[in-house]
Design a binder for this molecule. Structure first.
Ligand SMILES: Nc1ncnc2c1ncn2[C@@H]1O[C@H](COP(=O)(O)OP(=O)(O)O)[C@@H](O)[C@H]1O
Ligand SMILES: [Mg+2]
Length: 224
């Protein structure tokens, strides 16, 4: 069987990383090999590009240049990790994917959707996530969570991964609207979840969506 591909999307501090870990652990408990990964990044080469984009001193990119860097990283991610894992029948769960480019560069930086879609077709043709979970929260609450998380981190690289956070509240409000628009544009694969709920409530909603979408055994999940 071909594996499944799930993306988690949403603003900073919505809980994507937290929820991916809970989801992959639950899937592993019922015998599904779930590989977790992230964008930008996921491979050695793509992680190098990540630092140019998320680090505080990463650079002041022209929006199209920025999109090209992201799509170069995404191509590496697809070819070297996502597709090979799926070929093996494993599930891949990614913290951000192409919808983040649609939203950050397409909407947030006003590059437009057409350019993003052209770049996407170039690297991935008609491949797309089987399911996209959009975590939605007030931009101010998300930024507060994200900044606190970075300050508390002991990881030196993570401490300064705030280039996007530093783009300000107005930009992040635009991103929130952008993610909601994307969910409306691609209703067959996208589901929006209110990320102001507790970690446990969000996890339960995600498990309900995943079970229904992929026909997992609810009983097995409850026991697992
Ligand atoms: N539902 C939640 N309620 C309150 N705090 C949360 C919730 N989900 C995550 N957090 C906290 O917010 C911070 C950011 O969460 P994280 O999962 O790293 O978000 P993201 O990956 O979307 O930026 C972390 O400190 C995390 O513990
Ligand atoms: Mg994260």
């Amino acid at each position: 069987m071909q594996g499944k591909f799930i993306s988690l999307e949403g603003g900073e501090g919505t809980g994507k990383t937290t929820q991916i870990e809970l989801l992959s652990n639950k899937l592993k408990e019922i015998g599904i090999n779930a590989t977790t990964t992230r964008e930008p990044g996921g491979t050695i080469e793509a992680e190098k590009i990540r630092n140019l984009l998320v680090q505080r001193d990463g650079g002041n990119w022209d929006p199209l240049s920025e999109a090209l860097l992201l799509f170069a990283a995404r191509r590496e991610h697809l070819v070297k990790l996502i597709w090979p894992e799926m070929e093996k029948g494993n599930w891949v769960i990614t913290d951000r994917f192409a919808d983040s480019s649609r939203v950050f560069q397409g909407y947030g930086m006003d590059l437009g959707q057409e350019i993003i879609n052209r770049l996407y077709r170039l690297i991935a043709e008609d491949f797309c996530p089987d399911l996209t979970i959009v975590l939605d929260i007030d931009a101010e609450i998300g930024l507060r969570r994200s900044n606190k998380h970075m300050q508390d981190s002991n990881d030196e690289l993570e401490n300064t991964e705030d280039r996007y956070e530093l783009m300000g509240l107005e930009f992040h409000k635009k991103l929130r609207d952008g993610f909601l628009k994307i969910a409306e544009l691609y209703p067959r694969r996208c589901i929006v979840i209110n990320a102001e709920q507790s970690i446990e409530e969000i996890h339960a909603e995600i498990m309900a969506v995943v079970s229904k979408k992929f026909g997992l055994d609810e009983q097995e999940l409850a026991n697992g």
